[in-house]
Design a protein around this ligand. Structure first.
Ligand SMILES: Cc1cc2nc3c(=O)[nH]c(=O)nc-3n(C[C@H](O)[C@H](O)[C@H](O)COP(=O)(O)OP(=O)(O)OC[C@H]3O[C@@H](n4cnc5c(N)ncnc54)[C@H](O)[C@@H]3O)c2cc1C
Length: 288
């Protein structure tokens, strides 16, 4: 498989990348790890005139705390997140999610920003970003804007990013108090992509009941989504087996599940229920 002909330019700064993209926003595409874009180009699903390589922009790769938030640069690789001691301590869902992605080679090249911007229906990061209520900072020729993860994923391979915009940073409020998190996934045996992925973030009140829950689901529908009905069934309640099972049963409420050769929609929803239940139990266990 050979991509259509294209030009290639390396950007050394964010400003340079924005300027290059602004010359032909519709014909250009940002290249980060290339692990989704290059396969799409080889299949001719994407045929950009110009690739703007942002992988060498040092100011886009970092993980740091700032006040009550943790900030992650868009070109931070899956492996860097997987191996971050800071994240293991303050937001363990992120390293756990990163560790589940593809294989070592994919994790060494693929970036969190590329994965979010690609919005693959089986991608892992969108579910984690929704579960944690992340803010995504995007920048273009017109300036900067902040998009909530809930509003970022629009449809299959479609996000709220406008042509010429670059996802710059992922911001997450650090979980406080008695919190428990986990990422539970059924991986496709060939690619490692999620047949179903459940990102769970629970905060417990002093009496042990659930203060709040963040539940992001991937693999089931055309885009990652927030399982609102699961969250409302958990919040304010003691998490006994009956409450957990009943909450998990709502994971596909209002969703039209994907069917393909590997898994029917019905099977995907069954997996989602089983793994949502498991995710609640695991997060609860970690919160104590
Ligand atoms: C064999 C294999 C297995 C995989 N397994 C998994 C898996 O288990 N789970 C999973 O989630 N993913 C998986 N992936 C995908 C992998 O995680 C990709 O790295 C990721 O989806 C895209 O990140 P990237 O940095 O490679 O982006 P690229 O491929 O460079 O770009 C992807 C898209 O995002 C755009 N883009 C990239 N960065 C930005 C930015 N900062 N701002 C705006 N637009 C941007 C590009 O223009 C392009 O449209 C797998 C890939 C392969 C090849």
């Amino acid at each position: 498989m050979i991509p259509a002909q294209f030009d290639y330019q390396v950007a050394n700064t964010l400003e340079e990348a924005i300027t290059i993209l602004a010359k032909d926003p519709d014909g250009s595409k940002v290249l980060a790890g290339g692990h989704s874009l290059i396969p799409a180009m080889k299949l001719r699903l994407a045929q950009p005139q110009l690739l703007v390589d942002i992988a060498r922009i040092k100011s886009l790769s970092y993980i740091r705390e700032e006040g009550d938030r943790v900030l992650i640069g868009a070109t931070t690789t899956h492996y860097e997140i997987q191996s971050s001691d800071l994240l293991k301590r303050i937001c363990p869902l992120l390293p756990e999610c990163a560790a589940s992605i593809g294989d070592v080679q994919v994790r060494n090249k693929g970036t969190i920003g590329g994965s979010l911007a690609h919005s693959d229906p089986a991608g892992d990061w969108p579910a984690a970003a929704i579960s944690l209520g992340a803010d995504l900072v995007v920048v273009g020729n017109e300036g900067e804007r902040v998009i909530r993860a809930d509003d970022f994923f629009v449809d299959l391979l479609t996000t709220a990013l406008q042509p010429g915009e670059i996802l710059r940073e992922i911001r997450i409020v650090k979980p406080q108090g008695r919190f428990g998190q986990t990422y539970q996934k059924v991986s496709h045996p060939a690619s490692g992509f999620a047949v179903v992925g459940v990102a769970m973030s629970l905060v417990l009140a002093a009496d042990g009941s659930c203060e709040s829950a963040g539940v992001g689901i991937t693999g089931v529908a055309t885009k990652a989504y927030r399982a609102h009905a699961v969250e409302t069934s958990l919040a304010g309640n003691r998490l006994d087996e009956q409450t957990i099972g009943s909450a998990a049963s709502h994971v596909c409420d209002g969703v039209d599940p994907n069917s393909d050769l590997y898994a029917s929609g019905e099977y995907r929803c069954h997996l989602a229920q089983v793994h949502t239940r498991r995710a609640i139990q695991t997060a609860l266990g970690r919160a104590k």
